[in-house]
Design a protein around this ligand. Structure first.
Ligand code: AMP
Ligand code: GLY
Length: 454
């Protein structure tokens, strides 16, 4: 098969690494890719939302399958675009209508309430309904959760808690922030705001692959570390690290996830006639107290995304032993039930090296070194053969005019390692993180450490 992968982050580097290992993958292109993806296929200078150029390229190269990494082209309808073309490649990704599960929080909440999927109580409001929104806020308790309805680059959620020494109550501040949001704090994305009940607990990311015919596979579970600072402190980022498996996502928990969330989601997609062949990302929380009819220890849904997570993918792909392209073929053909998914029993930890200043302003173009150290696998190497090495998944990297690898983003490169447990995997990623050099390098040293209590 000839495969075209869309995207340019660490997620796509990990997907490319996995696809390139497939005996079914004759040729892999990545559009636009980064300095790391070129080790696994050929980078193509086309952007993910240039549908016409992607179609032309696919025709010229006789591409069989397009795998969509990020949400943007999905929300913009890339699956529908290709479904309408004659002899077009198969697209791994949901239809535009189904991608609203990520593109609109109000749509996602409506879907969950229609299908009885456990989630926080909510109501949605526009600027004209500001007074009603304030009244709804008054029925809730701090912390208050305000969400921009549309895509806001991961920044559209405000959680407003009581603050010691702040003369303004959380409720007063929530009303003020709500007004700002409705007046365009996140542009058109916050023209509608979802207000919801606060859920208290610990989060994990569950990924489901589905073929649009009611079949699904649950991929290895991961935990994301979103904040910039050690101990989960400071501002939110795109993700500073991840680990898989997640000890609290045990059999009892995952049984509830499957029965209460995965099955109703798959059935709901069908009932609502939402075409979905691709990855579903369930942002879940394991409650630490009773809420609604649910109990402490139960899973609830925080959000849906219609793609893989980043950097979750950098630990999920290494923990899939099966041929990813074979699974994706099953997704495209509606025969996922005939495929097998085998998980690697080892633990994987990824640590993201970021540019100094991130998630605020940072400089790009810093020359990187150490990437060719023998501790790192080079090229298409099945990890089982190289267990003691770490894998580098490039995120924001590029080649400069001299052919050197330079930083080109906030999240620069991910160091993924295996271990018999989290401590082993983390220790190896720490060694890898030290070996890579670039001006302003920063990373967290505590990925997965909070899970030691489980
Ligand atoms: P989202 O963009 O919906 O994933 O929200 C970003 C983050 O805000 C989530 O990963 C949670 O940490 C937090 N969050 C969102 N909704 C809630 C909620 N109802 N209760 C508690 N935390 C939440
Ligand atoms: N790591 C969270 C996300 O991909 O949205």
């Amino acid at each position: 098969m000839k495969v075209l992968l869309l995207g340019s982050g660490g997620r796509e580097c990990a997907i490319a690494w996995k696809l390139a290992q497939s005996p079914k993958c004759n040729q892999l292109f990545i559009a636009p890719g980064n300095a790391g993806t070129s080790a696994y296929g050929q980078n193509v200078p086309i952007k993910v939302n240039e549908f016409d150029k992607i179609a032309l390229f696919s025709k010229e190269q006789k591409i069989d399958m397009i795998v969509v990494g990020p949400e943007d082209p999905l929300v913009n309808g890339i699956a529908d675009f290709f479904a309408a073309l004659p002899d077009a490649p198969k697209v791994i990704g949901p239809s535009k209508a189904a991608a609203q599960l990520e593109g609109s929080k109000d749509f996602a909440k409506g879907f969950m309430s229609r299908h009885g999927i456990p989630t926080a109580r909510y109501q949605s409001f526009t600027a004209a309904q500001y007074d009603d929104a304030c009244r709804f806020l008054e029925t809730l308790q701090a912390p208050y959760v305000l969400k921009a309805d549309g895509l806001a680059a991961g920044k559209g959620v405000l959680i407003i808690a009581e603050e010691e020494g702040n003369p303004k109550s959380a409720l007063t501040r929530a009303k003020e922030e709500l007004k700002e949001m409705l007046n365009g704090m996140f542009g058109a994305a916050s023209a509608t705001v979802v207000i919801e009940e606060f859920m208290s607990g610990i989060e994990c990311s569950v990924f489901v692959l589905t073929d649009g015919e009611g079949h699904y596979k649950i991929l290895p579970v991961a935990k994301d570390y979103k904040r910039i600072g050690e101990g989960d402190t400071g501002p939110n980022t795109g993700g500073m690290g991840n680990c898989s498996p997640v000890p609290f996502a045990d059999d009892v928990f995952m049984q509830k996830v499957e029965e209460r969330i995965v099955k109703p989601t798959i059935a709901g997609l069908k009932a609502d006639n939402l075409k979905y062949k691709g990855f579903i990302f369930l942002g879940l929380i394991r409650m630490d107290r009773d809420i609604q009819q649910y109990h402490a220890g139960d899973p609830m849904v925080i959000e849906y995304n219609v793609r893989m997570g980043d950097p979750e993918t950098e630990v999920v792909m290494p923990r899939i032993q099966s041929d990813l392209l074979d699974l994706l073929e099953g997704v495209a053909d509606g025969t996922l039930d005939q495929k097998t998914l085998v998980e690697d029993p080892r633990t994987a930890v990824t640590v993201v090296l970021v540019s100094g200043g991130y998630p605020g302003a940072y400089e790009k173009g810093k020359v990187m070194s150490g990437l060719d150290h023998p501790l790192f696998t080079q090229g298409v190497v099945a990890p089982a053969e190289n267990a003691e090495k770490s894998i580098l998944f490039h995120a924001g990297t590029a080649l400069n005019a001299q052919g050197e690898t330079v930083t080109a983003g906030g999240r620069v490169i991910c160091v993924t390692s295996y271990g018999n447990d989290r401590n082993e995997a983390l220790a190896q990623s720490m060694r890898g993180a030290e070996l890579i050099q670039f001006d302003g390098k920063y990373y967290r040293h505590d990925i997965g450490q909070d899970l030691n209590k489980f």
